[in-house]
Design a protein around this ligand. Structure first.
Ligand code: NDP
Ligand code: HSE
Length: 436
């Protein structure tokens, strides 16, 4: 049987998992693709470090360029992360006519257009299934399985670390920082975990999903991004009381005016399947014009789960080796010249329902003043909870759900409410999505 030699850049959580999955499932993989796939060369910062995989039959180096340019290497698998060295190595691989597999969403979201153009010119493939939602084959589902549809919208829990934190806060009342530390130990978090908790990682992934769903250029800077750091255990409990769960969602929606791209904590009705996706699991809900809503679920991070997607890409490359470049599946699912510069909507033009939480002085007329401001901005209230005045505290928490309103109107109303003398601190707002 013919052999394909992989050059692996990175032997950490995903790199180690990739070696393990290739080894454990070697026979099944060969039966599927008709090649024996072996990792011949690998690089890491410290090649003396103990690894989660057996590296005894791999030639190790600290120099990733030596792996990329080694004449035996057919496919370069980039699992370093970041977009400096990783970008340099991916472009070097393409320049040397090597196919590339990567799990690096930051790289694809920020530099994908340049990378795909270089790959297309050189006639090589760049595969990136593991870059979105870990082990869930969502790229393949969108690019191939749903290719007959006009995608109307998609919404997903696409950061495992964030979902793990929100789940542990809700189920066990655990502290944010403590759960984040555990996610880091489990290998779920990014090298810089602010990418996870501030929504940047999810924004990278949404950029990629939106591009494939709507056939638009990768537009990372247009994603409105909000993380989960302002969510308290109190919000998690309030949401529960109102019949909702708080999830960190990436949402891409086609409207008549343009495309919405946003990542933020969201209240979802507790009865929705996606509201019950917990821990490190991810899920993406996609609404296609022909098929209707479809849901994809699985592990969003972790060694073997992510390696499952990396290995699937290596197999795809092997299978396509003898297919002419023009007949292969385009990197973003649409022919490159067909990517359309559709209007991307500013956040002010996005319509949403809202959960609002504020701390008010418990005195006559406060509620009337707040409801007047909301009314003046055309915002109507759907539900309201005023908790009993906590003993020894100066303020009382006031929580409300609104009907649908433009973000711009909500911003104006919140600014006015925050100026009321009876309001203490900032008004916390979480958008609410019925996901219908
Ligand atoms: P790790 O930090 O676990 O591994 C990174 C690897 O790259 C390490 O082996 C490290 O070497 C090596 N490396 C880092 N810097 C250099 C350098 N300057 N020169 C040579 N080698 C270097 O990261 P992950 O495996 O978690 O992530 C890899 C990629 O996969 C990232 O793009 C990430 O976003 C993505 N991803 C991660 C998932 C996960 O669950 N962890 C899920 C989906 C995608 P050494 O070990 O010696 O330090
Ligand atoms: N840090 C990422 C997450 C890894 O937690 O989802 C998977 O992309």
């Amino acid at each position: 049987m013919k052999v394909i030699t992989v050059g692996l850049l990175g032997l950490g959580t995903v790199g180690g998992g990739t070696v393990n999955v290739l080894k454990h499932n070697a026979e099944e993989i060969s039966r599927r693709c008709g090649y024996q796939i072996r990792v011949g060369h690998a690089s890491a910062r410290d090649i003396t470090k103990a690894r989660i995989c057996d590296t005894s039959d791999i030639q190790l180096t600290t120099d990733p360029a030596a792996v990329v340019t080694h004449p035996d290497v057919d496919v370069v698998v980039e699992l370093i992360g970041g977009d400096t060295l990783a970008l340099e190595m991916v472009l070097l691989a393409i320049e040397h006519g090597k196919h590339v597999v990567t799990a690096n969403k930051a790289l694809i979201a920020r530099h994908g257009s340049r990378i795909f153009a270089a790959a297309s010119e050189r006639g090589v493939m760049v595969a990136y299934e593991a870059a979105v939602a870990g082990g869930i084959p969502i790229i393949k589902a969108l690019r191939e399985g749903l290719a007959g549809n006009r995608i109307e919208w998609l919404a997903g829990i696409i950061n495992g670390t964030g979902n793990f934190i929100l789940t542990e806060m809700r189920e066990k009342g655990r502290d944010f920082a403590d759960v984040l530390r555990e996610a880091q130990q489990l290998g779920y978090a990014e090298a810089d975990p602010t990418f996870d908790v501030e929504g940047i990682d999810a924004a990278h992934k949404l950029t990629i999903l939106a591009s494939i769903a709507f056939g638009i250029p990768l537009s990372f800077s247009s994603v409105n991004t909000e993380g989960i750091t302002k969510i308290t255990r109190e919000d998690v409990r309030n949401a529960e009381e109102l019949g909702y769960r708080i999830k960190h969602l990436g949402i891409a929606r086609r409207t008549d005016a343009g495309i919405e791209l946003r990542v933020h904590p969201t209240l979802i009705p507790a009865t929705q399947l996606i509201a019950n996706v917990n821990g490190v699991m991810n899920a993406v809900l996609v609404k296609g014009s022909a098929v209707g809503p479809t849901l994809y679920y699985g592990a969003g991070a972790g060694s073997n789960a992510t390696a499952s997607a990396v290995v699937a890409d290596i197999i795809d490359v092997a299978r396509a080796l003898n297919v002419p470049a023009e007949l292969r599946i385009p990197a973003l699912g649409f022919q490159p010249q067909e990517l359309a510069n559709t209007t991307l909507l500013p956040m002010d033009a996005v319509e949403s329902y809202y959960y609002l939480r504020m701390a008010v002085t418990d005195e006559r007329g406060v509620l009337a003043a707040i409801t007047k401001i909301l009314g003046d901005n055309d915002i109507s209230i759907e539900a309201l909870i005023q908790k009993a005045h906590p003993e020894g505290e100066l303020t009382t928490p006031l929580v409300m759900l609104t009907h649908k309103v433009l973000e711009g109107a909500m911003n104006r109303a919140i600014a006015e409410i925050e100026r009321l003398p009876s309001i203490h601190g900032q008004v916390l707002r979480i958008r609410t999505e019925p996901l219908q």
